[in-house]
Design a protein around this ligand. Structure first.
Ligand code: ADP
Ligand code: MG
Length: 514
């Protein structure tokens, strides 16, 4: 800045530098020459670090790497003509890598009427980091660099905000969770998009919580340390070849990942793609699920959802309640199933709820449901009968399913299955336990056979059976059952076997047969 009589003046170069600094741009790489030398000098003056390089291409590579590492674009400063042409290699590389970058070139003189060009910087910074990151070019005319203007006539646009964070559609999050859950050989591929997104903490949680093996791409290395027990980097080819579900976190199915095609992959592998760029989704393969959004945000969505699996009573009853017709009969029995169900499932009509009653009797449910269905048919046409059973309670009169099917009563049986009376074990714990001895000596008396497919009882007699583990499977099967009144159905709803219990320990094993 200098003073010219009464006016304080500032050069175009200084305005450029200050505009960049205001946008939180802190590094400039380049090679000076006419007319950009003044811009480099001015940059240093305002506190931007200037690194003089020997070729614009290298300068551009450096500037784009700063963008990747810090999340704010680096600047590459070049002269027009050959300078800019050399920079093109770096710009192309930045675009291919999806890394933010601003290239500033000085062009020949041009008559400048306004200072409007300063507005270019916030725009360049924004478009370099918003959406899919990439390179931007800003052209500064030579006469602009040396122009002196009144300080008071210059206005710097406020620093542009960090990119807005977008989240994936929640139905896609549900679907991804259920695909991952049902995978036999899931694999996460962690790319440099995940590194750029700074998603390390949430991805690590997902890996550990869901016990998922992961494979980093070359620059995805280190998002989770290579020595993490779930890292399968050493067996890359096998991991790719045998995975049945692959989640792509900010990695593209390009040549580095063999385009996602056989023979490197199973022909029917299911891809779940997470990317901020919609155009990237479905590239080369037809993904099973696409999650459009910021990796960190999407991972957190997925985590929140995974936490709610297996479902608990409240999740189950919430989703049932959402679809229950107001005038339906609700029959219910069980321990937690009946108690919690009573608080969540609403009744709107008298004599439309029947349960274990005064005597607390288990085994009444199917009989009550059959009676309700007959009464509904004769006196309340159109009213449906929903029978909500615990898995133990269902066992007391499960064979009445044959009766239901024989008379073709359109009853919907919901078995809320926690593998036991009050609580049970998951399959792994059950198997682990049997290593310690015969079930008669080691199995807690409240356990029932885990993962029992009660829906097959219904299928056996010609009704419809569903096995559900996620809210969306529950919603879908209940919707179908309610819509089809020509047949009875049974929905076997798996919930957290320990839903009502706190810590899990094995003290009964260490006491007895050790
Ligand atoms: P790699 O070479 O590690 O496989 P790629 O460059 O192929 O990685 O893929 C990186 C992907 O990450 C790009 O498709 C890009 O759109 C995406 N990406 C970049 N930033 C984000 C972000 N914040 N959230 C989601 N995806 C992102
Ligand atoms: Mg890739």
């Amino acid at each position: 800045e200098r003073s010219d009589g009464r006016e304080r003046l500032v050069s175009g170069a200084k305005v450029v530098a200050q505009a960049l600094k205001t946008q939180d741009v802190n590094y400039m790489f380049g090679i000076v020459g006419i007319p950009v030398t003044e811009i480099a000098l001015a940059a240093q003056e305002v506190g931007i670090r200037y690194i003089g390089m020997r070729n614009e291409q290298a300068a551009c590579y450096a500037a784009s790497a700063v963008g990747y590492l810090t999340g704010r674009p680096g600047v590459c400063l070049v002269v027009s003509g050959p300078g800019l042409i050399h920079a093109l290699g770096g710009m192309a590389n930045a675009n291919m890598n999806c890394w933010p970058l601003i290239v500033i070139g000085g062009s020949s003189e041009r008559s400048q009427e306004t200072m409007g060009a300063f507005q270019e910087f916030p725009q360049a910074v924004r478009s370099s980091i918003y959406g899919r990151p990439g390179a931007c070019y800003v052209d500064i005319p030579a006469d602009f660099v040396n122009l002196q203007v009144n300080v008071n006539s210059v206005r710097y646009v406020e620093c542009c905000m960090p990119p807005p964070v977008s989240m994936a559609e929640s139905s896609a999050v549900y679907m991804a969770a259920s695909v991952i859950r049902n995978a036999k050989q899931p694999l996460l591929i962690i790319g440099k998009g995940a590194a750029y997104a700074r998603a390390e903490e949430s991805i690590r949680k997902l890996v550990e919580q869901c016990k998922l093996p992961f494979l980093p791409t070359p620059m995805g290395k280190g998002v989770i340390p290579d020595n993490h027990p779930n890292c399968v980097g050493a067996a890359r080819s096998r991991a790719l070849q045998f995975a049945d579900v692959i989640v792509l976190f900010g990695a593209r199915l390009n040549w580095i990942l063999h385009f996602g095609l056989p023979p490197r992959y199973q022909p029917d592998v299911k891809f779940i793609q997470v990317d901020i760029c919609a155009e990237e989704l479905g590239n080369n393969v037809r993904p099973a699920v696409t999650l459009l959004g910021d990796i960190n945000a999407v991972t957190k969505q997925e985590l929140a959802f995974q936490k709610s699996l297996p479902m608990n009573y409240y999740t189950v009853f919430y989703h049932i309640q959402e679809q229950l017709p107001r005038d339906c009969f609700v029959v219910s029995e069980g321990a937690n199933t009946m108690d919690i169900g009573r608080t969540v499932l609403q009744n709107y009509l008298p004599r439309h709820r029947l349960d274990a009653g005064t005597f607390g009797t288990m085994g009444v449910g199917l009989g009550f449901a059959i009676a309700s269905a007959l009464v509904a048919k004769d006196r309340n046409p159109g009213q449906q009968v929903i029978c909500v059973e615990g898995d133990s309670a269902f066992g007391f009169s499960g064979m009445e399913v044959e009766t239901i099917c024989r008379y073709n009563l359109p009853i919907i049986l919901l078995v809320v299955n926690n593998n036991g009376i009050y609580q049970g074990f998951d399959t792994d714990t059950w198997k682990e336990m049997l290593k310690f001895g015969d079930a008669t000596t080691v199995a807690p008396p409240m356990c029932l056979l885990p993962h029992s497919h009660y829906e097959h009882v219904m299928i056996a007699f010609g009704g419809k059976g569903y096995f559900v583990q996620t809210p969306e499977e529950l919603q879908k099967s209940l919707r179908q059952s309610l819509a089809d009144t020509t047949k009875p159905s049974l929905i076997n709803i798996m919930i957290e076997p320990q839903a009502m219990r706190k810590a899990q320990d094995f003290h009964w094993l260490t006491h007895s047969n050790m």
